[in-house]
Write a protein that binds this ligand. Structure first.
Ligand code: NAP
Length: 259
């Protein structure tokens, strides 16, 4: 299917690895020019170069912490009049409800709520003026089914979800869509880190921890960044202009509910 977005420009935050990289790759395969971001320059440059070689699109990199005002300014300076924004950042650490202090909450809110909101506020006005734009926020399955040890993530992502629910409907008439993609477990470094906690707690191997988790998923496996990226690219396509303010779950059936 031709996604109809060849030649457009996308800013993909937190994109040197994992789900952000999956989105960057899928957009590049649709002919979209990229501004890719991550903190570590080495992995970012390597991923960008691979995408240039494989897909032949223009890729600019911005090595910066997207959760800081300076990082956002640097990214926005390079982004110019971007047509597509993929919001992403690392997820907060797991823990217990009684251990998190104000600073922990502020850090989580900055990373997973206030940063995507700042990027939306900076880029969506230009998209509205030009009459076309796409925003996809990478959030989490935990938005629909909160994960107790990820209370910082649950809290921050709930805030972003509420903001998007209202804002997406305020901007829709201008041809700009804003939607959230909710990953369940996907095979990335983040999943390895979470499984590493299970390894420590249960004294089992990483492969055993993965197999245990995979067994809880109806699909019987972890998701891939390629599947995730393809869904993201579709949401950014010309075909997805009537999809507004949705929370789309990619979890292999793990969350058991009817609607
Ligand atoms: P990942 O494999 O650890 O990759 C994270 C990417 O984000 C890396 O490129 C990393 O590069 C970059 N990054 C992290 N913090 C950043 C920052 N402050 N500024 C700029 N770049 C940053 O993680 P992932 O699995 O793709 O997860 C992406 C998001 O989805 C996270 O918020 C995660 O909580 C959420 N999620 C993931 C899963 C899953 O199963 N994988 C499930 C539910 C939710 P640098 O470290 O070099 O900056």
């Amino acid at each position: 299917m031709d996604l109809g977005i060849s030649g457009k420009t996308a800013v993909v935050c937190a994109a040197s690895k994992g789900l952000g990289l999956g989105c960057a790759e899928a957009l590049a395969s649709a002919g979209v020019k990229l501004v890719m971001n991550a903190r570590g320059a080495e992995a970012l440059d390597a991923s960008a170069e691979t995408i240039r070689q494989v897909h032949g699109v223009q890729v600019t990199t911005v090595a910066a912490d997207v959760t800081t005002a300076e990082g956002q300014a640097k990214l926005l300076e390079t982004a110019g009049d971007a047509d597509i924004l993929i919001n992403n950042a690392g997820g907060p650490p797991p823990g217990m409800w009684h251990d998190w202090n104000r600073d922990d909450f502020i850090a989580a809110l900055d990373a997973n709520m206030l940063t995507p909101i700042a990027m939306i506020k900076a880029l969506v006005p230009g998209m509205m003026e030009r009459g076309w734009g796409r925003v996809v926020n990478i959030t989490s399955q935990s938005v629909k089914a909160p994960i107790p040890v990820l209370g910082l993530s649950n809290s921050a992502r709930a805030g972003l979800t509420g903001y998007v629910a209202g804002t997406s409907r305020q901007v829709a008439r201008s041809g700009v869509t804003i939607n959230n993609l909710l990953p369940g477990i996907h095979a990335t470094d983040r999943a390895d880190a979470l499984d590493g906690g299970v390894v420590k707690a249960k004294g089992i191997t990483l492969d055993e921890a993965r197999a245990e988790r995979a067994a809880t998923i109806p699909a019987g496996r972890y998701g891939t960044r390629q599947e995730f990226g393809a869904t993201c690219a579709f949401l950014c396509s010309q075909h997805a202009g009537f999809i507004i303010g949705q929370n789309i779950l990619l979890d292999g059936g793990a969350t058991n509910f009817t609607i």
